[in-house]
Design a protein around this ligand. Structure first.
Ligand SMILES: [Zn+2]
Length: 405
C-alpha cells in the first residue's frame, strides 16, 4: 500500500519509518545525521526513508538560523497540517469531538449531549451520526487528509478489539465501537478507556512528557486511572489495570456506582461530592449551598460546591477537603504499589485543586514509607477539560509515530 495514500497508514507503519518519524516529532527539528546517530540506523537508510516521508508530505525541510560560520544545516520537521485526526471523548452525559493536526492542535470542536437510556445499537447509531455530522462540517480539502479516529470511552475498554466491554454508568456491555466506526468511515479507529487515553495524552503533550513512570487520575463524575510505565500504557491482563476508582478505601463506606461499598469513587468523585452536598442540605447543615442553588436555579454539582468554597463557605470547603483526604489515601496506596515519579490529576474535580492538593499532600507526607515517597510530585493536568479528547487523538498519533504502543 502506498505511503502517499491519505487515510491509510499501513505503508507508514514500518518499524524504521516510525522510529525516524518519532525522532523528528520528539526533537521538533533535527538533521538527518543526528537522526542516524540517535536511532543507530545507517545514514543511507535514514536518507531513503526521509525522502519517502518528504514525498508523502509528512516531513518538511527547514533551514533555521546559521551554524558556526559554515553552511546552514538542513533540519527536518513534521508537517503538522499534512494529516488530521478526529478525536471523540464519550463521557457519561456528553460526547466531545475535535479535529486536530499532527501536533494535536485543535482546529474544530463540538459537544453533543448523549441521550440517556440508549441500548448498544442505539448508542452506536448515535455515535455514527454525530461523527458523520462533524466530518461533513470539515472543509473538503481537510476531510481528505484525515488519517483516523480516536475514541476515549468511559468504562472498561478492550483496546485491541476496540470493544467497550462494560460502561456501567451508560449501562452498556460489549459495544463494538471500533468495528462500527471503521465500517462506516473506512478509516482506522482506535478505542481506549478515557483515563488511559488521558494518561497517553499527558505522556505526549502534557506534564508527563518527560516522565517514564507516572499515574494519571481522572477525577470527574467517576474516577478512572491510567498507568504509564517505561513510557508505555499498562493494560494488565484484562484491560482492568489502573481502575483506582474502584479500589476500596473504607470497608463500610457508601455504595459505589459499581455496586461495591467504600470505593474511592464513592468518596472523591464529582458524584460523591454531589451526594455529600445533598445529604448536608437535607439535614439543614449547608445553608450557603441551599441559598446558592435557589439563587442560580441550578441542581447541585461539584462545580457549585467549588464555587461556594471559593466564596468562603466552610461547609463546601470541608466537603472538598474530605474528598481530598480520601484521594490522598488512594494516591498513597498507588505510591506504595507502583512507586511512580509523578501523579497527575485530571478531570473536572481536579479543577478544585486549590482545596484538594493540601489534604492529599498531608496524607502522603504523613503516611508514605520513605522520605522520597513522601515527596512524590502530585500535579494537576494542564490539558484541562479536553485532556481525554487530546488523549483520544494521541491514540491515532501513536499508531503513526510509535511502533510500541
Ligand atoms: Zn466502585
Amino acid at each position: 500500500m502506498s505511503i502517499q495514500k491519505t487515510g491509510s497508514f499501513q505503508g507508514m507503519k514500518s518499524l524504521n519509518r516510525s522510529i525516524i518519524l518519532n525522532s523528528i516529532r520528539v526533537h521538533g527539528m533535527i538533521s538527518r545525521s543526528e537522526i542516524a546517530k540517535e536511532t543507530r540506523l545507517t545514514p543511507p537508510t535514514v536518507t531513503n526513508i526521509v525522502a519517502e516521508l518528504i514525498l508523502a508530505n509528512l516531513v518538511v525541510e527547514r533551514r533555521p538560523g546559521t551554524s558556526n560560520g559554515g553552511r546552514k544545516p538542513i533540519l527536518l520537521a513534521i508537517n503538522a497540517d499534512s494529516r488530521f485526526i478526529i478525536g471523540v471523548d464519550v463521557g457519561v452525559k456528553k460526547v466531545r469531538l475535535a479535529l486536530t493536526n499532527l501536533n494535536a492542535e485543535v482546529s474544530m470542536r463540538r459537544t453533543e449531549e448523549l441521550p440517556s437510556g440508549l441500548n448498544e445499537g442505539g448508542f452506536l447509531l448515535f455515535l455514527k451520526e454525530i461523527v458523520s455530522k462533524f466530518k461533513q462540517e470539515i472543509e473538503k480539502g481537510v476531510q481528505e487528509k484525515i488519517i483516523g479516529i480516536g475514541v476515549a470511552m468511559h468504562g472498561i475498554v478492550d483496546h485491541t478489539s476496540g470493544i467497550a466491554i462494560h460502561a456501567p454508568t451508560l449501562k452498556l456491555e460489549n459495544v463494538p465501537v471500533k468495528e462500527a466506526l471503521e465500517e462506516t468511515f473506512s478509516l482506522p479507529v482506535r478505542v481506549e478507556n478515557d483515563a488511559k487515553a488521558l494518561a497517553l495524552g499527558e505522556k505526549w503533550f502534557g506534564v508527563g512528557k518527560d516522565m517514564d513512570h507516572f499515574f494519571c487520575l481522572n477525577v470527574g463524575e467517576g474516577i478512572g486511572g491510567g498507568l504509564v510505565q517505561s513510557g508505555q500504557l499498562v493494560h494488565g491482563n484484562d484491560s482492568l489495570a489502573g481502575e483506582i476508582g474502584h479500589t476500596v478505601v473504607d470497608l463500610r463506606g457508601p455504595v459505589c456506582s459499581c455496586g461495591n461499598r467504600g470505593c474511592l469513587e464513592a468518596f472523591s468523585s464529582g458524584n460523591a461530592l454531589k451526594f455529600k452536598g445533598k445529604q448536608l442540605m437535607n439535614a439543614g447543615k449547608a445553608p450557603k449551598l441551599t441559598e446558592k442553588l435557589r439563587e442560580t436555579l441550578s441542581p447541585i454539582s461539584g462545580k457549585i460546591i467549588y464555587e461556594c468554597a471559593v466564596e468562603g463557605d466552610t461547609v463546601s470547603r470541608e466537603i472538598l477537603e474530605e474528598a481530598g483526604e480520601y484521594l490522598g489515601i488512594g494516591i498513597l496506596n498507588l505510591i506504595h504499589l507502583i512507586n511512580p515519579q509523578m501523579i497527575i490529576l485530571g478531570g473536572g474535580v481536579s479543577q478544585a485543586s486549590n482545596f484538594l492538593l493540601k489534604p492529599i499532600n498531608e496524607v502522603v507526607s504523613a503516611r508514605a514509607l520513605s522520605d522520597r515517597a513522601k515527596k512524590t510530585e502530585i500535579v494537576v493536568s494542564k490539558l484541562g477539560e479536553e485532556g481525554s479528547l487530546i488523549g483520544a487523538v494521541t491514540l491515532v498519533l501513536s499508531e503513526l509515530f510509535s511502533h510500541e504502543y
